[in-house]
Write a protein that binds this ligand. Structure first.
Ligand code: 6PG
Ligand code: NI
Length: 182
């Protein structure tokens, strides 16, 4: 089968489910909770969306999805995905499509960061929790391909964090320990 992605419209055809995550869906994830609350009250903006292909998320299938993270910061922290662990500890690949972002990975001990630009393949080994971050001023989009039986565990990140956080600093970025005091 072939699937067509309309980059301008952000749609897949044929289409599977589409997910939109607003600021209110990212509870407990930004370090500056006051800024997060203000952003929720102040229009609750869309932070990212995920369009999926019609391939089902079941064992032995190989589904794909395209995530687009809008540019922005909350309390200085770049806009990002919630982040998750695959409970079945399966690997995943990302392909940068547009904009500038990064792939933050954490295995409970070590942290890794991969700069993602159009054409970059980011590999997530089994057992590494992962989060995507838009570090640019344009929307950041990437394709993800993952085993259909991988599952998504969001509570793992709430409990264990992702090792580091990514902040806007001057014209660039800075990393700080995930649970460091402000
Ligand atoms: C996956 C991928 C990817 C991810 C989105 C949204 O396993 O499906 O890692 O498609 O789900 O980028 O990120 P969150 O799932 O962390 O919200
Ligand atoms: Ni994943």
């Amino acid at each position: 089968m072939s699937i067509r992605f309309d980059q301008a419209a952000g749609t897949l055809s044929p289409a599977g489910p589409t997910l939109t995550r607003r600021m209110s869906d990212l509870e407990g994830l930004f370090r500056d909770q006051n800024s997060w609350r203000t952003a929720v009250a102040d229009g609750d903006p869309i932070v990212y969306s995920v369009v999926s292909s019609p391939v089902p998320e079941i064992d032995r299938e190989l589904p794909q999805s395209i995530t687009t993270i809008h540019p922005g910061t909350t309390g200085g922290e770049f806009w990002m995905t919630k982040g998750h662990q695959h409970p079945n500890h399966q690997g995943e690949i990302y392909l940068g499509m547009s904009g500038n972002g990064g792939l933050l990975m954490f295995d409970g001990k070590d942290t890794r960061w991969v700069d993602m630009a159009p054409g970059t393949i980011g590999y997530i080994p089994p057992g590494w929790a992962h989060r995507s971050v838009n570090v640019g001023s344009e929307p950041y989009s990437f394709l993800a391909v993952y085993p259909g039986g991988a599952g998504h565990d969001y509570s793992w990140v709430l409990e264990n964090g992702l090792g580091q956080r990514v902040w806007r600093q001057d014209d660039g970025l800075a990393f700080v320990d995930y649970f460091a005091e402000v």
